[in-house]
Ligand binder design. Structure first.
Ligand SMILES: [Zn+2]
Length: 278
């Protein structure tokens, strides 16, 4: 049986067979079956697909996978959402990080986590080679189509990412790091691998994840470098976003962080009843 700390208050009630509530409450957790849809998109002269995987009918959170090589995060999310319900939106890109496509006979390449502003689109295309005004519009349409697949009603967008040892970590945001200016607050825990991080636009999530002992970064939604990444896009709108990122292969650590996030979001929705003190 799962430890009770991993369950929502409602699920904990459901597990206690003696509770009179257990008969009248609908089951909120369980083995949800994945309902998968594939949506095609014409990107220049290439057809690329998005996959939308839905678990259950009630969707509060949407997980998004932009880098198709980051399979650890996706597998962990599939396992957790089977129990929790939710949505995964992903780019199908032959297990590659960068997206390449032909346009009028020339190949162009971009990082799909740098396309959520025109400035970002120009930067990433420039960094990877050629630029062309017609291509800017093509990439912008691709980004907009992807964003349309994320329901407006979700209370939190969770970005699924993995990294390699030592490349990008909580240290990137600490004094002397490359991205210090992007962070409003940083919490680093010596017991955690510095590559395993929670990076968020949201104060509540930062407070929760850091108090649970995870390396946590609160994005400075104003000062952050506007690189066209999804965190910048949601930060500018003051929308709740979190990137959970572990090293490749660390599926259990990923699942634990994701479950703790869901628990924190549940807890916020259903705060424990205050205890009467006489
Ligand atoms: Zn990534």
């Amino acid at each position: 049986m799962l430890p009770k700390t991993l369950l929502t208050p409602v699920a904990a009630v459901l597990l206690s067979a003696t509770s009179p509530l257990s008969k009248s409450l609908p089951s909120l957790k369980g083995n949800f079956k994945a309902n998968e849809r594939v949506i095609t998109h014409k990107l220049g002269d290439k057809t690329i697909s998005f996959k939308v995987i839905q678990y259950g009918e009630t969707i509060h959170t949407c997980c998004i996978n932009l880098h198709d090589n980051e399979a650890t995060a996706v597998q962990a999310a599939r396992d957790v959402l089977e129990m929790e319900g939710g949505l995964i939106v992903k780019i199908e890109n032959g297990s590659k990080r960068m997206v390449s496509f032909p346009y009028k006979g020339v190949m162009y390449t971009f990082d799909p986590n740098r396309i959520f502003s025109m400035a970002g689109i120009k930067l990433t295309l420039k960094a990877t080679g050629k630029v062309n005004p017609g291509v800017f519009a093509e990439v912008e349409k691709f980004a907009n189509h992807l964003l349309e697949l994320i329901p407006d009603t979700v209370s939190c967008v969770v970005a699924l990412h993995n990294n390699t040892d030592g490349d990008y970590s909580v240290k990137s945001y600490q004094p002397g790091g490359k991205r210090t200016n992007d962070a409003k607050q940083v919490y680093a825990n010596d017991w955690q691998d510095s590559d395993d991080i929670a990076f968020t636009t949201d104060d509540y999530i930062f407070t929760k994840m850091s108090s649970l002992g995870y390396n946590s970064i609160l994005q400075d939604n104003v000062k952050v470098f506007k690189d066209g990444s999804l965190s910048v896009y949601y930060g500018e709108q003051n929308k709740r976003y979190i990137n959970i990122e572990t090293q490749f292969g660390k599926t259990n650590q990923y699942k634990e962080m994701l479950r703790k996030l869901f628990f924190a979001l549940d807890e916020e929705k259903n705060p424990a009843a205050p205890v009467d003190v006489d």
